[in-house]
Write a protein of this length. Structure first.
Length: 406
């Protein structure tokens, strides 16, 4: 936005907050400090910020300038449509994020109270018409984001409840197309959390447009059906059975994951800058390789086929380093990728390198989940040094509440 002052609230204002699982990896906004301080002085009442600040905040959770602007416009449109429902939780997320970036106590009592009230509204909600679904999806996203910004405890219950509200509409194909962006954000969060926790995702995503670019999932929408099938394998393995899962089930899924590639149209290439394309393509490649690595460790415990796992791990780390060099940041939403890649590293030098990668996660200085990620990695490394022959995900089953947002 041009011709505006950054010293306080302006006449051209827009409400903003963020979507996703608060996995998310963030970068410190290039917002002038005077604007942040001015907003902080208004923190007890502020519910609107400048368009410039709105986009900068959305960059914490999205993939580049273009998608961040689209995300900001989507949120503003939702709040204009249902201000009584959405204004308080989105304003609370904005205040928490702005305070966190300036090392202030992130959450006030009033924000807690407003979001608790909004959560109760979500719990009591019933969708009587398809046109109401989008606002409830937006409400669920705002509450998941708030929860993940202030807590190290998983917010998957909110995510899964929100998806359960719209699931009948989605499967009956009555969910409006305009709601698919927010739906995909929540599905992406749920599928990855379900893979981590051995749960069946609430919704089995059906790819309508393979060329879709989502501000949270990027180009990974068409990968979600493969991740869903990996979740089913994970659930079956955790439940246990007298009859082992046939090897061909692993082989078939592995072959499909290897063959998968993001669908990129000419329009997409023309729409995004070179830096944005690096972020989008890297995010897709990282999740493909991480899915292969997850599938490998569902099939083989530590101590078996370790060389194959290490090759995938090193490929992931190289891609992250290349992306940082080219785009000056990592893609958002890669903490599960870092966990499974880091678990394969043996030796102090490689592990220190992984920990240095964590320091470069956007928002590492204040996101609660980064501490969880370090804790999980330390647990895996200790177990491996002791010669464990366990499966990777069995090491996390004792902490059902800890979250590592994607």
């Amino acid at each position: 936005m041009t011709g505006r002052s950054d010293t306080g609230p302006t006449s051209n204002l827009s409400v903003v907050a963020t979507h996703g699982d608060g996995n998310h990896e963030m970068t410190r906004p290039s917002v002038p400090r005077i604007e942040l301080l001015s907003l902080l002085r208004w923190e007890s009442t502020v519910s609107r910020v400048s368009e410039y600040t709105a986009v900068e905040i959305c960059k914490f959770f999205s993939l580049g300038e273009s998608l961040s602007r689209e995300m900001s416009r989507m949120i503003r449109a939702r709040i204009r449509e249902a201000p009584m429902l959405l204004l308080d939780p989105y304003a609370a997320v904005t205040r928490v994020l702005l305070r966190s970036t300036t090392n202030q106590a992130p959450c006030s009592d009033s924000d807690w109270s407003r979001c608790a009230s909004a959560l109760q509204t979500l719990r009591n909600a019933q969708i009587t018409s398809p046109e109401h679904a989008g606002n409830l999806l937006s409400l669920g996203l705002s509450l998941v984001t708030f929860h993940r910004l202030i807590s190290s405890i998983s917010g998957s219950t909110i995510c899964r409840f929100t998806l359960s509200l719209v699931r009948p509409l989605y499967y009956s194909q009555h969910l409006p197309e305009s709601d698919m962006g927010e739906l995909l954000c929540l599905v992406f969060l749920d599928v990855t959390e379900s893979l981590f926790r051995a749960r069946i995702p609430v919704i089995e995503y059906r790819v309508r447009d393979p060329y879709l670019v989502n501000h949270h999932a990027g180009l990974c929408g068409s990968l979600l059906p493969l991740l869903y099938r990996a979740c089913l394998l994970r659930v079956a393995i955790r439940k246990g059975s007298d009859v082992p899962i046939p090897p061909d089930q692993f082989d078939t899924l592995r072959a499909e994951i290897i063959a998968w590639a993001p669908s990129v149209s000419v329009t997409t290439i023309e729409r995004f800058s070179e830096q944005e394309m690096v972020l989008l393509l890297t995010q897709a490649s990282l999740h493909r390789n991480a899915t292969l690595l997850i599938l490998h460790r569902l099939r083989f415990p530590f101590g078996e086929r370790d060389d194959d796992a290490e090759l995938l791990s090193r490929a992931i780390i190289r891609e992250m380093q290349h992306c940082l060099a080219m785009a000056k940041q990592y893609p958002p939403n890669i903490s599960l990728v870092l966990l499974v890649a880091g678990a394969e590293i043996q030796g102090s030098f490689g592990r220190e390198n992984i920990l240095s990668l964590l320091q470069n996660i956007n928002g590492a200085s204040f996101y609660p989940f980064v501490a969880n990620l370090r804790q999980f990695l330390t647990r895996v490394w200790t177990s491996r040094d002791e010669g464990t022959l366990q499966y990777l995900f069995d090491l996390f089953d004792t902490d059902d509440n800890l979250s590592i947002p994607l």
